[in-house]
Ligand binder design. Structure first.
Ligand code: FAD
Length: 429
C-alpha cells in the first residue's frame, strides 16, 4: 500500500521542536513525501482515457464549479482522488495563473474538450485584478473594472468545464514522456498535486523588482516566506512579521491571524491615512490597491500589531532560522528589532518582474527573466507553454495576454490530439 501523502498541517504534531525546526523538517519531509507519493501514485498510472482501470480512494466530480447545462462537462480524463488532505488531480491541461492569459487559454482548451484546471494563488492580486478600469479592451465598456472583466473571463471558462482552484504553485516538474507517461507535467501546491499532459505558465509579471532585504535570501525557507497560505500553519502560536502594504500583503496578514499569536504588520506607507481618505471620499473612484473592508478586518484583529510608516531594514537570524526583523520608523533614526519566528515579505507595491520563482530552471528564461517561447507559445520544454506577462513582452496588455492564451490553447490542441495543422475554433458555413 503506497498511498502515503502527508498534508503540511499534519506535520504540526511533531513533538517538542521549535516552529523553525518544524518548518524545515516539514518541508524536507513534504518534498520527499510529495515525490514519493507521485512515484507511488504512478503505479496506478493508466493510459489516457482509461479512467475505469484505476482504483481511487474517493472519486469526485470533475468540477464543483457551476456549469452551463448546454455545454460539455470536463472530459473524462480528469481523475481525482484524495490522499489524506492532499488531493491529486489528473488532467489534460494544467494552467498556473488565472489572469486574462490563463482564463482565455482555459476557455479554448475546455471548448476543445480537454480537461483543464486553473491553479491561481489569489484572484485579487494579478495585474488585471488590480486595474481599476479597462478603457482599451475591445468591446468592453470603459466603466468596467479589471476585477469584473477577469470575473467574466473566469466564469466563461468555468461554463465550458474549466475547474478553478485557489492554490499557490511552489514547484513544477517535467518528467520524461517515454510514451507510457503522458501525464508527465507535475505541479505542486500545498493542497493539490496536479499531473497534466500539457502545462501552461501564466503567472504574470507582478513579481518584486526591488532588491531583497539583507537576510531575506539567506533565511528563505527557514523563516522567510512569500506565501502565508503555504506556510502559515507552521507559525501556530508564534510571532510573525508581514511586510508590505499591497492588497496581497493585507490578505496574507489576515490569513496569518488564524495561526500566529501576534502578526506584526509593517507598512512603509501611512495605511491608516489612506483608509480614512478612502472612507471620507466614498464616491471618488480610486485605483484601489486595497479593499477597505478587508483592511478594517485586519486592523480590528486583536492579535495584529500594526507598525505604520515603518520600514523593514533586514531579516535577522541564526543557525535555527529567523529570530527577528530590524525596523526603523520613517523620518526617525532609531532602529529596533522585533523578535519573530517568521517574516512574510510582500514588497511595497508590487513590481514588474516575471513571476517564475516556482519554475526553478524547468524551462529557459531570457536575460530579463521572461520565459522564452516560440510562435506557438511553447517553451524550451515540449508540452509546456508560457503566455501573457510572464514572457516579459514589452506589449503588456490584456488583449495581448488573452491572444497569447488563445494561441497556446490552439497549439495545445494540436499537440495533444496529434494534429499536423492548427484547428480553428469556428466553422465556416
Ligand atoms: C496597474 C495596472 C494597470 C493596467 N492597466 C491596463 C489597461 O488599462 N489595459 C490593458 O490592456 N492592460 C493594462 N495593464 C496590463 C495588464 O493588466 C496585463 O498585461 C495582464 O493582466 C497580464 O495578464 P496575465 O494573465 O499574464 O497576468 P496577471 O493578470 O498578472 O495574472 C496572473 C495571475 O497569476 C497568479 N499567480 C501568480 N503567481 C502564482 C503562483 N505561484 N501560483 C498560482 N498562481 C499564481 C496571480 O494570482 C494572478 O491571478 C495594467 C497593469 C497594471 C499593473
Amino acid at each position: 500500500m503506497c498511498l502515503v501523502s502527508i498534508h503540511p498541517q499534519a506535520m504540526l504534531s511533531e513533538p517538542s521542536s521549535t516552529s523553525k525546526s518544524r518548518q524545515r523538517w516539514h518541508w524536507s519531509i513534504f518534498f520527499s513525501v510529495a515525490l514519493a507519493t507521485f512515484e507511488c501514485a504512478s503505479s496506478f498510472t493508466q493510459q489516457p482515457n482509461s479512467a475505469t482501470s484505476i482504483s481511487y480512494r474517493h472519486r469526485h466530480p470533475p468540477s464543483t464549479q457551476s456549469r452551463s447545462t448546454a455545454e460539455p462537462a470536463a472530459s473524462s480524463t480528469t481523475h481525482l482522488f484524495m490522499m489524506g488532505e492532499m488531493e491529486e488531480i489528473e488532467c489534460d491541461v494544467a494552467i498556473v495563473g488565472g489572469g486574462p492569459a490563463g482564463c482565455t487559454c482555459a476557455l479554448y482548451t475546455s471548448r476543445a474538450d480537454l480537461s483543464t484546471v486553473i491553479l491561481d494563488k489569489n484572484p485579487a492580486v494579478g495585474a488585471l485584478a488590480i486595474t481599476s478600469h479597462i478603457a482599451n479592451y475591445p468591446g468592453v465598456d470603459r466603466s468596467m473594472s479589471g476585477a469584473d472583466l477577469l470575473d467574466q473571463m473566469k466564469t466563461q471558462a468555468i461554463q465550458y468545464g474549466t475547474r478553478v482552484e485557489r492554490a499557490q504553485v511552489f514547484m513544477i516538474e517535467i518528467k520524461d514522456d517515454d510514451g507510457d507517461n503522458p501525464y508527465n507535467k507535475i505541479v505542486y501546491t500545498p493542497d493539490y498535486l496536479v499531473k497534466a499532459r500539457a502545462l501552461v505558465l501564466a503567472t504574470g509579471a507582478m513579481g518584486r523588482s526591488l532588491p531583497p532585504l539583507p537576510g531575506e535570501e539567506k533565511y528563505l525557507g527557514s523563516g522567510v516566506s512569500y506565501c502565508a497560505t503555504c506556510d502559515g500553519a507552521f507559525y501556530r502560536d508564534s510571532e510573525v512579521a508581514v511586510y508590505g502594504a499591497t492588497g496581497e500583503a493585507i490578505e496574507e496578514a489576515l490569513f496569518l491571524t488564524k495561526f500566529a499569536s501576534t502578526v506584526h504588520w509593517i507598512t512603509p506607507i501611512d495605511v491608516v491615512e489612506q483608509l480614512e481618505k478612502k472612507r471620507s471620499m466614498a464616491n471618488v473612484e480610486f485605483n484601489e490597491w486595497f479593499d477597505p473592508d478587508v483592511l478594517e478586518d485586519l486592523l480590528d484583529k486583536p492579535n495584529v500589531k500594526h507598525w505604520n510608516k515603518v520600514r523593514m531594514l533586514s531579516v535577522e537570524g541564526d543557525t535555527t532560522g529567523v529570530t527577528g526583523v530590524k525596523v526603523k520608523k520613517i523620518s526617525q533614526d532609531e532602529e529596533e528589532i522585533i523578535p519573530v519566528e517568521g517574516a512574510f515579505i510582500y514588497g511595497a507595491g508590487g513590481g514588474s518582474k516575471p513571476i517564475t520563482d516556482f519554475v526553478q530552471g524547468a524551462v529557459e528564461l531570457d536575460e530579463t527573466g521572461g520565459v522564452i517561447v516560440n510562435a506557438d507559445m511553447e517553451t524550451s520544454k515540449k508540452g509546456v507553454f508560457a503566455i501573457g506577462d510572464i514572457r516579459n513582452t514589452p506589449y503588456k496588455q490584456v488583449v495581448v495576454a488573452a491572444a497569447d492564451g488563445c494561441i497556446a490553447a490552439m497549439s495545445i490542441e494540436k499537440f495533444l490530439k496529434g494534429r499536423k495543422i492548427i484547428k480553428v475554433d469556428w466553422v465556416h458555413r
